[in-house]
Design a protein around this ligand. Structure first.
Ligand code: ADP
Length: 232
């Protein structure tokens, strides 16, 4: 469960206007929520408040067992493993193969045994459908394949929550739908998914719920279908 209680975020040195303004919100496990809104509405900031990449100026964010008011420095890496993140620009390491890009995340968090790494990386690459491309470098993959690799990397710690910030922003419409199909499959297997996008068409197709932001406030909160329902 993700909970925002009267959360505001004001960036220091900015205009003084809140990027997120007095937001109270509850997202249940298994939802697939699309956060909609124009550029500057506060979508990315909302996602960054979940991973505590940005701290709330006021209010409290709780994500499962993690609480913005009580979390310690040592708790932050645990929170980040609880929430996989996918970005518009994929953020793959250019001079590492797809396999190594994903394996790197495991090594960084202390998994060093080769067999364990091979198993875990193979599992996620199969899951996102690019196991056959594991020895290629990012520039040898299409945009859609690179985004699949990035999703695979985000899944390596088996997070219950996946956050995607404009995941189709660099892709054509058809490839974008392909990537959303991967997220929809993850959703059906129980992952809670939040997608920030300005693409309302994608949201209508895949969301169980849409939240529309304007000037950091929720102006519409629509439940479209029960969670766990097959998307056609
Ligand atoms: P969106 O993702 O909907 O485009 P953002 O969350 O990126 O919107 O931004 C919301 C508001 O917060 C905008 O006015 C933006 O300029 C401001 N903002 C975002 N990040 C920062 C930052 N690091 N420093 C100052 N202002 C920021």
């Amino acid at each position: 469960m993700i909970c925002f209680e009267e959360v505001s975020k004001v960036f220091p040195g900015g205009t003084g206007e809140a990027a997120i303004a007095d937001l109270t919100l509850r997202i249940e496990p298994g939802e697939m929520v699309f956060i909609l809104g124009q550029s500057g509405a506060g979508k990315s900031t909302l996602l960054k408040l979940i991973t505590l990449e940005q701290r709330p100026t006021r209010g409290r964010v709780t994500v499962g067992p993690f609480d913005s008011e009580t979390i310690t420095r040592r708790g932050i890496p645990h929170l980040r493993r609880h929430c996989g993140v996918v970005f518009q620009d994929f953020r793959l390491i250019k001079d590492k193969t797809i396999f190594e890009n994903v394996a790197y995340c495991l090594r960084m968090t202390g998994t060093l045994e080769k067999l364990l790494i091979t198993r875990a990386v193979s599992r996620v690459l199969h899951r996102v459908g690019i196991y056959g491309k594991r020895d290629r470098f990012p520039h040898e993959l299409s945009g859609g394949e690179q985004q699949r690799a990035a999703i695979g990397r985000a899944l390596i710690h088996q997070p219950p929550v996946l956050l995607a910030d404009e995941p189709t922003g660099n892709l054509d419409a058809e490839t974008g739908r392909d990537v959303l199909e991967v997220l929809a499959q993850l959703h059906l297997s129980g992952t809670t998914i939040l997608v920030a996008t300005h693409d309302e068409e994608l949201a209508r197709r895949y969301a169980t719920r849409t939240l529309t932001l304007r000037n950091g406030r929720v102006v519409e909160d629509l439940f479209l279908r029960p969670h766990g329902t097959e998307v056609f």
